[in-house]
Ligand binder design. Structure first.
Ligand code: G6P
Length: 372
């Protein structure tokens, strides 16, 4: 009902507006005054975290892209190798699982049958299991050794938004927790990264205050037939998620690519007028990847692509070749996904609205898929 939407045009619009809170509440009680990251739910599992030699993240849909972002943080901070797999692919291979394998499942609902079956299979195969879930007491957490809840609050719109940023937050906290237990990072570095995470809610709020350009763009692009998304490093899963949102909500053919892969195939798709969103890494991060993505932009611009760059404040290198630049505040390189995904969510929502579609209940989709 209109009252439940609290004055917003849709649940999705309301839920996007709740993203700063979703991140803040997920951090709450897990970082102390000295910047030590301790997830109370994982109390007693230190030995497990010391013993593991590999992590497999399993999930479906948007949650799988949160997992793909989490891989970069877990490997960098906790220094444990991570594979990210779709639950249904993992379950029906013959994956190598040992008692030293930790399987982390991610599910907003905690009821996705594909993920539930994969968790059960992992346990039966001898793996240890931790779930990241947004729904208290759901089935997947009950089937797992431990659960780290995201505190995004109930998510009603079929397309996941605030749960996604909460899932990345939980994965980053988990990565820092494991890094502490394993002695993989100094207390000082953990505190620095925790502070970066704590600064994210205000930065998302700042992104949300600047939605005019992206909404306008969505209106202009209401007739678009195909949209490409490019990203690199943690921006790659964000490109995938941007494309998924556009498919789900606006029924537009959309693909996300790793920017480095462009020359190996996708560049053949570029023709005059083709819209391409580019999630641009920070020029303050690994310099080389920033300049490589800027070169990608120049290459496709030369072939007539229409470029919409999602770039950090002050990044002037994107200006000569981008048709539009959507700005996000400065954040540590690993934290950019929590900001860059927001305009992509808003774009898909605004474009679907411009087409007169129901953004909360896209055709053919269910919020929680409880069949295999
Ligand atoms: C469905 C929804 C997606 C969601 C996926 C995983 O397909 O339409 O939005 O990302 O399930 O859901 P879960 O509850 O496991 O995160």
């Amino acid at each position: 009902s209109a009252a439940e939407k609290g004055g917003w045009s849709s649940f999705m619009a309301k839920e996007i507006s709740e993203e700063p809170e979703a991140v803040a509440k997920t951090i709450l009680g897990r970082v102390d005054d000295r910047g030590t990251v301790t997830i109370p739910e994982l109390d007693g599992l230190d030995e497990l975290f010391l013993d593991i030699d590999r992590i497999v993240v399993i999930a479906c849909g948007t949650a799988s892209y949160a997992g793909a972002v989490g891989k970069y943080a877990i490997e960098k901070w906790a220094k444990v190798p991570v594979d990210v797999e779709l639950s249904h692919e993992f379950r029906y291979r013959e994956p190598v699982i040992t008692p030293r394998t930790l399987v982390i499942s991610i599910s907003q609902s905690g009821e996705t049958m594909d993920t539930l079956m994969a968790v059960k299979f992992a346990r039966e195969s001898g793996a240890r299991t931790v779930s990241i879930c947004n729904t208290q007491g759901a089935t997947i957490p009950r089937e797992s050794d431990a659960v780290v809840y995201t505190h995004a609050g109930p998510e009603v719109a079929v397309a996941s938004t605030k749960a996604f940023v909460a899932q990345i937050t939980a994965l980053y906290l988990l990565a820092l927790h494991v890094a502490r237990v394993r002695g993989a990072l100094s207390a000082e570095v953990i505190a620095e990264q925790a502070a970066e995470l704590q600064a994210i809610p205000d930065k998302i709020a700042a992104v949300l205050e600047n939605n005019d350009t992206i909404e306008q763009l969505a209106h202009w692009m209401a007739d678009t037939r195909a949209v490409l998304f490019l990203g690199r490093h943690v921006g790659f899963p964000i490109a995938m998620e941007g494309a998924l949102k556009l498919k789900e909500l606006a029924y537009i053919h959309a693909e996300g690519f790793a920017a480095g892969e462009l020359k190996h195939g996708p560049i053949a798709l570029i023709e005059p007028g083709q819209p391409v969103f580019v999630v641009v890494p920070s020029p303050r991060g690994a310099q080389t990847i920033h300049s490589k993505v800027v070169s990608n932009i120049e290459e496709i611009r030369a072939r007539g692509a229409r470029i919409i760059a999602i770039a950090e404040e002050g990044d002037v290198a994107v200006l000569p070749s981008a048709d539009e630049v959507i700005r996000i505040p400065l954040a540590g390189p690993l934290f950019e996904p929590l900001l860059s995904v927001v305009p992509l969510q808003v774009f898909a929502m605004a474009l679907a609205s411009a087409k007169g579609l129901d953004v909360d209940q896209p055709r053919n989709l269910a919020k929680s898929v409880t069949v295999e």
